[in-house]
Write a protein that binds this ligand. Structure first.
Ligand SMILES: [Fe+2]
Ligand SMILES: [Fe+2]
Length: 165
């Protein structure tokens, strides 16, 4: 009945799955390099994207479609923090743009429930964009000090912890 909505929702699922993979990859590398703030931001965002997959999947099943669990892209193996943030901000910007267009398309097809899902995703992706954009600005403003501080904070935390037996 709502074939177009099912198609758009599956496109969203693919984009969200790719975002989860990419952000988890960034999380692993930030964590490995001792950048706790960014490692935390990436994993927190990945978990939110998982919630987005769930919202879309529930709607697809309601519309009697099936969920295609295929990530839209392969993970890009970026290890430079500035490049990570640049890609993440771009992904969020493009998702927000696509979901806006898809919300309008659902509206034209008289499927206001799917439209509302896409609208709620736009709000979240704009917030994600803003977070990555802010961290990019911090990195540009404070340079290596911004990253060094995150590593120092982690070392301090380790020292404060009681020694294991
Ligand atoms: Fe998302
Ligand atoms: Fe997002």
């Amino acid at each position: 009945m709502h074939e177009k909505s099912i198609e758009l929702l599956n496109k969203a699922v693919a984009d969200e799955l790719y975002a989860i993979h990419q952000y988890m990859y960034f999380h692993f590398h930030c964590d490995d390099q001792g950048y706790d703030l960014l490692a935390g931001l990436f994993i927190k965002t990945a978990i939110e994207e998982m919630g987005h997959v769930e919202k879309c999947a529930e709607r697809i099943l309601f519309l009697k479609g099936d969920v295609e669990m295929k990530p839209a892209s392969e993970v890009k193996k970026i290890h430079d923090v500035k490049e990570m943030l640049k890609l993440a901000a771009k992904m969020e910007f493009e998702s927000a743009k696509d979901y806006n267009v898809w919300a309008n398309e659902c509206s034209k097809n008289a499927d206001s429930a799917t439209k509302q899902i896409f609208e709620s995703l736009v709000t979240d992706e704009e917030r994600h964009f803003d977070q990555y954009d802010t961290e990019t600005e911090n990195l540009e403003k404070f340079g290596q000090n911004y990253l060094a501080l995150q590593s120092i904070e982690r070392s301090k935390g380790r020292q404060a912890r009681p020694q294991a037996e």
